[in-house]
Design a binder for this molecule. Sequence first.
Ligand code: ZN
Ligand code: ZN
Length: 302
Amino acid sequence: MFAVTILGNNSAIPTPDRHPTSQVITYNDQLILVDCGEGTQMQLQRYKIKRGRIRHIFISHLHGDHYFGLIGLINSMSLLGRIEPLSVYGPPELEEILQIQLHVAATTLNFELNFHPLLPGQTGVVLKEKEMEVSFFPTRHRIPCYGFSFSLQRRKRRIIPEQARIYEIPAAFYSKLQEGADYERKDGKVVKNDWVTLPPPRAKRYVYCADSIYDEDLVPHMKEADIVYHETTYLHDLSQRAADRFHSTTVQAATLAKMAGAHRLLIGHFSSKYTELQPFLDETRPVFPETELAIEGVTYLI
Ligand SMILES: [Zn+2]
Ligand SMILES: [Zn+2]
């Protein structure tokens, strides 16, 4: 399973039923938190997501609607007896902010907090594990801001059943075939792995574009992603306001998703001035039909 659950879909000001930005990525029993606006830990509880299972937290930028919930979450993790290390990725100033917050409260965490600074002007892979690879890239916002690309590697080769039968390979050996092993028959002849298998399917990819003005430089990062999340703070009649505040509109997000050949587009970070979200879809879908609203509590399979 590779999925993203929305915890907050609002822009700067929280409302009773819409929260600032936060999302949880789930892959094979692992959790990654992406941004941590105010109220994130309450949202985790509401949707019964175990905060103890979060191992990595990515913070896109230091506007409060993307990280004001972080110190609260870290504190609760410690109070609840967490001992597993936690990795936090974000702008370098975030480390200082966290240290001051912990220092003035004379708080010593029970667990190791590993901070990975995302330095301005840098880009590239920031986390590489057996299954998950995360890279980051700059977006154009009022302050330094990063998007993230989450790529779930799929390593098992695909067996071609007819071929496997022709070479009389027993089913018990299939899991080894998926790992790339050759098969040696009783008569000593070797069946090469690539005679009976195909390469693994391509990695699945979720691209989170954080906050950004309309920026075609994002397109290469969004290229053919399974799901792209792009903010749509405003409907398109407010494109001037969006530009002034380094945010985007419906039509702009849809245009980039189309240019990138993305499979699906998820839109969020709605200004709290809007009470109805349907107009966001109505404006986006004519440009990019495979668009969905980021709705809190909803999980989207990638
Ligand atoms: Zn924001
Ligand atoms: Zn922002």
